[in-house]
Design a protein around this ligand. Sequence first.
Ligand code: C5P
Length: 291
Amino acid sequence: MPPVTFSLRAPAKINLALHVTGRRADGYHLLETLAVFCELGDRLEFRAAPQDAFAITGRFAAGLSDDDNLVLRARDRLRQETGAARCPPVSILLEKNLPVASGMGGGSSDAAATLRGLSRLWDLHLSDPTLAELGAALGADVPMCLAARPLLAGGIGEKLVPLQDWPALDMVLVNPGMVVSTPNVFRRLENRENPPLGAPPRQADYRAACFWLAGTRNDLGAPARSIVPEIGQALDALREAGAGFAGMTGSGATCFGLFSGPRAASRAAAGIRDRHPDWFVEPTRTMGAPA
Ligand code: C5P
C-alpha cells in the first residue's frame, strides 16, 4: 500500500539549447532541444482526504489561480482515463518555488509530478508510456518533465531521447521578474526553419559542455528579448559573474549561467542578487544522466 501522505519534487526544466526547425500544419513548432532538470523546483504534497482539495503556498503562489491549474487538469484527466471509482478524493498542496510563465516548465513539471503522485496514491500502476501519453495531452513539455533527466527532445517536444552520459552542472538561474507568454514569443519568430541541433559530445565535462553549447542557439531568444529587453541584462550579468556559458531557457524570461563548481555558482548568485535585489536569482545544480 502507498503511504497516505507523501511529497514529490517538480524540478525546474532548463533548455540548454533550443532550435526551432519547422512548423506543423496545426501551428505548433518543431523543436530540437537539449533539456536538463535542476535540484531546485516546486514541491507537491498528496494526501488521501474526505474530499478533493487544492492549495498553493510558496514564494510564487500569488501568480497562480487555483481553479485553472495544470495540477487540477492532470488530476481530472487521470480520473477520466481510469474511472472515478479507482480515484478517491485527494488533497494536494503545491509549493510554488519557481516563477510562473518563466521558461522553466514549472506548470508542466507540476502536472508531471501530479500524474506520478496520484498514480502512486491511487495504486494505478500506470506504465511510463501511458503516463507520457496522458502528459502530452496536458502540454508539450509534460512528457519531458515526466522523464526529468538529461535528454534530447524533438517533434513538438514530446519525442524524447535520453542522454546516457550528460554531466551534472552547477548553474545560476536569473529571472528579471517579467512574465512572458509562450504563444506570443512563438508568434514573433522571424525564421521558423533553422539549422538542427546536432549531437552533443559524449562523456562531456563542464568545459566540453560549455564549448559545445557555445555553438548552439535558443531561437526563441531574439523574439523573447523583443518583448522583455531585461533578458539581455540578465545574460550580461551572468557573463560578468564568470559563467562559462549563459543562455535563456524555453521562451524566457529565465536565463541560466553554467559555473565550474558550487562555490563559483553561489558567489556569482550573491553578486548578481546584490546588484539586482528584485530579480529571482538562485544557484542550483542540474541532475546528470543516471549511472
Ligand atoms: O504545450 P504548451 O501549452 O506548453 O504550449 C504553449 C503554447 O506554445 C502553445 O499553445 C503554442 O502556441 C506554443 N508552442 C508551439 N510549439 C511548441 C510548443 C508550444 O508553438 N512545440
